[in-house]
Design a protein around this ligand. Structure first.
Ligand SMILES: [Zn+2]
Ligand SMILES: [Zn+2]
Length: 249
């Protein structure tokens, strides 16, 4: 039985290597075919803007040395417990993410999720999360795009971590109005009204996954719905995070 499984596994690996040779995956940074067996060229991988400085203990944004909590999180406490974005949202990431989200390059999300998981694996253990959930998008947007970018990421992270993947718990029921003009409280209200539970909320600490962290309002709305449903704690991971603050130093 185990022998057969082993054979099947190596057969699958061989199969995916053959697929890589026939249809090489494209690198999310330079868009050239990636070397066989890899999803990204080693040089491009080295150019990904990893954050190596001090981070806010709540939202994970880069902060000045010695600072525990960033000005934004001090001014507007979050509903989620804590989390982080792995890469800074610079020009390289802006381009990779726009191909992933708007130009049908779904496979870029899988490569980026592999990078995110490698960077955040120890955090997932520290936080004690037991299930992975994508931030939902509205079904109209899902039809236009063909996939929920957050779900591509969360599925891969669940696969790599062995955590439960629960893509149907959160639903985006209404299209949210433009949020730019709204105050943080109004944003949160508008977003919370647009999200609901499609399945019972998990009764274990969960990890929410999204593509980009900007103000954290979407993650707060999702966390609010989950906490109300009985989830004990909500953490998050995003591929990218902006460097600026709404509140100035
Ligand atoms: Zn490349
Ligand atoms: Zn913060």
């Amino acid at each position: 039985m185990q022998k057969t499984e082993g054979k099947e596994k190596s057969g699958r690996r061989l199969g995916s290597l053959c697929l890589d040779l026939l249809f090489p995956r494209r690198c999310p940074v330079c868009h050239a075919p990636a070397p066989p067996g890899l999803g990204i060229c080693p040089e491009c991988r080295g150019r990904l803007p990893r954050i190596r400085t001090a981070r806010c203990h709540v939202c994970g944004k880069p902060v000045q040395d010695g600072e525990r909590i960033c000005p934004d999180c001090r001014k507007n406490p979050h509903v989620f417990t804590r989390g982080k974005g792995v890469f800074l949202y610079d020009e390289t990431m802006r381009s990779a993410m726009s191909y992933f989200k708007y130009k049908g390059r779904r496979e870029y999300g899988e490569v980026l999720a592999e990078e995110v998981f490698q960077e955040a694996e120890s955090s997932l253990l520290d936080w004690g999360v037991r299930a992975v959930l994508p931030v939902p998008i509205h079904k109209k947007r899902l039809r236009e795009r063909g996939y929920n970018q957050a779900e591509v990421l969360s599925a891969k992270i669940a696969e790599l971590s062995g955590l439960m993947h629960l893509p149907k718990v959160l639903l985006r029921t209404k299209k949210t109005p433009p949020l730019k003009e709204l105050t943080p409280e109004k944003r949160r209200e508008a977003l919370a009204a647009a999200m609901e539970l499609g399945e019972p909320a998990p009764k274990v600490p969960v990890l929410l996954v999204d593509d980009i962290y900007t103000t954290g309002a979407t993650l707060d709305a999702a966390a609010a719905v989950l906490l109300t449903g009985g989830t004990p704690a909500v953490f998050f991971l995003t591929v990218c995070i902006g460097g600026g603050f709404m509140v100035q130093y």
